[in-house]
Design a protein around this ligand. Structure first.
Ligand code: ZN
Ligand code: ZN
Length: 132
């Protein structure tokens, strides 16, 4: 029963109502979770930090989390009571810290615009049929 107690307190921000929110696997306040997967020598137990957000085909948002201890990435479905501000800040983080000088952005956009690669995925709907 020790394990039950761990769940209702966020290892990252100390949020205490994780259990009340109905068996969720991440903190509604900071979106961190606990890595409960068996990693060979038992449960990892590391803190899962939110590193990104992605939208599945059915428009469901999922949080991509990375374990601080073992580095494994997992996905966790967004819940209704998750902190929206935190979600947006996680989603926009890569845009605030681009891994290249911002003045190169214009050049990059021009290069990508020429290839048309970005357009393909947004026309949507027919990708699966083409594959068959
Ligand atoms: Zn938290
Ligand atoms: Zn881990």
């Amino acid at each position: 029963m020790e394990r039950e107690k761990e769940i209702d307190r966020c290892p990252n921000c100390g949020w205490t109502s994780m259990e009340e929110s109905g068996g969720r696997d991440h903190c509604p306040n900071c979106l961190c979770g606990i890595h409960r997967e068996d990693v060979g020598y038992g449960e990892c137990g590391g803190t899962l930090e939110p590193v990104s957000v992605w939208i599945k085909e059915d428009d469901c948002w999922e949080i991509i989390q990375r374990c601080r201890l073992c580095g494994k990435m997992t996905a966790s479905a967004v819940a209704d009571d998750d902190n929206r501000i935190k979600l947006l800040s996680v989603a926009s983080k890569p845009l605030s810290f681009p891994p290249f000088p911002i003045e190169k952005l214009e050049e990059l956009t021009r290069i990508m615009g020429g290839s048309g690669e970005l357009e393909k995925s947004t026309t949507g709907g027919h990708q699966n049929e083409q594959r068959k």
